[in-house]
Design a protein around this ligand. Structure first.
Ligand code: BTN
Length: 320
């Protein structure tokens, strides 16, 4: 067992008991010495865990703000999403790693999550600032739907994040088309969906989700905001990840059975509809009033030259 695994086991034991556990008992459960237990407890405290140590042993007050497998699994109610879980301290991009796993046959629902990304990627070729404290993860999906409906997967993910942010933290989360999750007009989460397909069939989709949970820093000029800042306290990223995966699995089922229901829920929460917008695409930029969504998740925009259907691009909300 690595030191990391031992520390995770110690936290698991303390969390399960909810009271004092003696150093001797932990030592015998893990097959290590009492002084090794003491060293690991100190290391956990240095990571931010609050552990009371006294004559009766150790008691966990608060776990460290770290991605902990046992805590994520404890919150999952899913059948498949998150059941294969890859946790990393540092990766280039969780989307890249998830794509490699998907090509090698990783099952639907596989999740790759990292404390930090050195080359996090955003939509439209942008980079994504991914410091420690954020929730950066990717989900492997193998949807059974026609290729032209694939954008609905990305809308569904944004919708899931907005619902969970509102339910868990009572924050008014809305969607800026296609899938930015906004609170008080600032971005708390972005979604990057990448698809590998044959001419007609989808091989897999990798859905990358970046939630500004408790990041150490965020570039102000990009208009992002963290949940930490909005709430004035840190959020529990393990609970949040489990909550998101639970919701994604539910909505993914709805998407396959009743795609129009997902569009309906999305539209109710979408702050883009009815507004003046500019959509900056790779080739052209168009301005007009956002009317509604097409059944493939595209945005219908009324412009001086008639109604245009846009399926990708950066959306800017213009002043009324
Ligand atoms: C955007 O709004 O531009 C999309 C941002 C998506 C960021 C996430 S973080 C996890 C995953 N890995 C990446 O490299 N990007 C996505």
């Amino acid at each position: 067992m690595s030191g990391e695994e031992v520390r995770e086991r110690i936290l698991g034991i303390l969390e399960e008991r909810r009271g004092y556990v003696s150093g001797e008992e932990i030592a015998s459960l893990l097959g290590i010495t009492r002084s090794a237990v003491w060293k690991h407890v100190r290391a956990l405290a240095a990571e931010g865990a609050e552990i009371q140590a006294g004559s009766r042993g150790y008691r966990l007050i608060r776990p460290p703000d770290r991605l902990l497998r046992y805590r994520i699994l404890a919150g999952l109610r899913t059948e498949r999403f998150g059941r294969e879980l890859h946790l990393h301290a540092l990766v280039d991009s969780t989307n890249e790693l998830a794509k490699r796993l998907a090509r090698a046959g990783a099952p639907e629902g596989t999740v790759v999550c990292a404390e930090r990304q050195s080359a996090g990627r955003g939509r439209m070729g942008r980079s994504w600032h991914s410091p420690p404290g954020g929730l950066w993860f990717s989900l492997v999906l193998r949807p059974l739907m026609p290729l032209h409906r694939i954008n609905l997967v990305s809308l569904m993910l944004g919708l899931g994040v907005a619902q969970v942010v509102e339910e868990m933290y009572a924050l008014p989360a809305v969607l800026k088309w296609p899938n930015d999750v906004m609170v008080h007009r600032r971005k708390v989460c972005g979604v990057l969906v990448e698809t590998e397909a044959e001419p007609e069939a989808i091989r897999f989709v990798v859905a990358g989700v970046g939630v500004n949970a408790n990041p150490e820093s965020l570039p102000e000029e990009l208009g992002g905001v963290s949940l930490h800042r909005l709430l004035g306290r840190k959020v529990d990223r393990c609970e949040l990840l489990a909550g998101l995966l639970n919701r994604f699995e539910e909505l993914y089922g709805v998407l396959h059975r009743e795609p129009e229901r997902v569009l309906e829920m999305y539209s109710e929460r979408c702050s883009t509809l009815g507004r003046r917008v500019r959509i900056e695409g790779l080739e052209e930029s168009i301005a007009g009033t956002a009317l509604s969504l097409g059944e493939d998740g595209s945005l219908l925009v009324e412009t001086p030259r008639g109604v245009r259907r846009v399926s990708s691009g950066m959306c800017v909300h213009l002043r009324h």
